[in-house]
Design a protein around this ligand. Structure first.
Ligand code: CP
Length: 307
């Protein structure tokens, strides 16, 4: 049997994605039914970048499913010294599945080619499929459906935005992006071309018009997490803040709107979103973050052939 990877949501059909979302909801409702399904199985979690949610959700998912997770900080391993393919060829002989958060998607593709076991994308500069999959799960939980809903993504066109475009158009949701800045390393022209063909994708800079009749508004950090505090990135950070300030999710923008508010976290309060909006009754940000756990369980079980 061919091993299955999840490098991008392009790896799944719309039916696959809807099935995973429904499985994640079922797992959340009855976690006891899934205990020990991954007994004696080990997940290697390889991180070149920082993480809170991705690390915690995958590690807890493995524990609750009866398996084990090993955290590998790239900087303290011999991945720093050797060819990535050789280290992966070793790693996959000792573990059952690998999740990697790497700077470059091209290195994730090398990882998948070298591995005999399934590989999951824990976020690269191009895509964040686990995030988008559990975000759609959260929307389905809240709204009871996906098809026909409209999501507006506001901020930088980046990895999360790409996966949301991919995911929404696969499940029949409309997505409008309001992205005055495009993060060049994330650009995927083919993805946008496909999204345009679906008739469900739009791009605009008119945020007021975009959120009219929207069901969900979604934002993300304006500056990549690893660069936020880096003095070398100061100028670019200042330019982005100036350009994006009119696109902040705040009380004035959302006044009187019945619209769910999402953010994949980490949050930079006072930049892309205000505290009042984070804590508002329309915000589902913390449920969204919690759902990473249930979403990761569904992904692990699916790639390991258990559900
Ligand atoms: N949203 C997300 O992936 O969170 P972390 O970067 O903390 O893993």
């Amino acid at each position: 049997m061919n091993k299955k990877d999840l490098l991008t949501l392009k790896d799944w059909s719309g039916e696959d994605l809807i099935d995973i979302i429904d499985k994640a909801i079922a797992i959340k409702e009855s976690p006891e039914k899934y205990v020990n399904l991954l007994e004696r199985q080990t997940l290697a979690m390889l991180f070149q970048k920082t993480s809170t949610r991705t690390r915690v959700s995958f590690e807890v998912a493995m524990t609750q499913l009866g398996g084990h997770a090993i955290y590998l900080d790239w900087r303290t391993t011999n991945f720093t010294l050797a060819e990535i393919e050789d280290e992966i060829k070793y790693l996959c002989r000792n573990v059952d599945i690998i999740m990697a958060r790497l700077f470059k998607h091209i290195d994730l593709e090398k990882t998948a080619r070298a591995s005999r076991v399934p590989v999951i994308n824990g976020c690269t500069e191009k895509y964040h499929p686990c995030q988008a999959s559990s975000d759609l799960m959260t929307i389905k939980e809240k709204k009871g459906r996906l098809e026909g809903l409209k999501l507006v993504y506001v901020g930088v066109q980046n990895n999360v935005c790409n996966s949301l475009i991919n995911g929404c158009t696969k499940v029949g949701m409309k997505i409008t992006v309001v992205t005055p800045i495009i993060h060049e390393p994330s650009v995927d022209k083919e993805l946008i071309k496909e999204a345009e063909k679906s008739g469900l994708y739009q791009a605009t800079l008119d945020i007021e018009k975009a959120i009219d009749e929207a069901d969900i508004i979604y934002t993300d950090t304006w500056v990549d997490m690893e660069l936020f505090l880096d003095p070398k990135f100061k100028k670019e950070k200042e330019m982005r803040i100036k350009k994006l300030k009119p696109y902040q999710l705040n009380e004035s923008l959302l006044k009187g709107k019945d619209i769910l508010i999402m953010h994949d976290m980490p949050i930079h309060e006072g930049y892309e979103i205000t505290r009042a909006v984070i804590e508002s009754s329309h915000s589902i940000i913390f449920e969204q973050a919690e759902n990473r756990l249930h979403g990761e369980k569904a992904i692990l079980l699916r790639l390991l052939g258990t559900i």
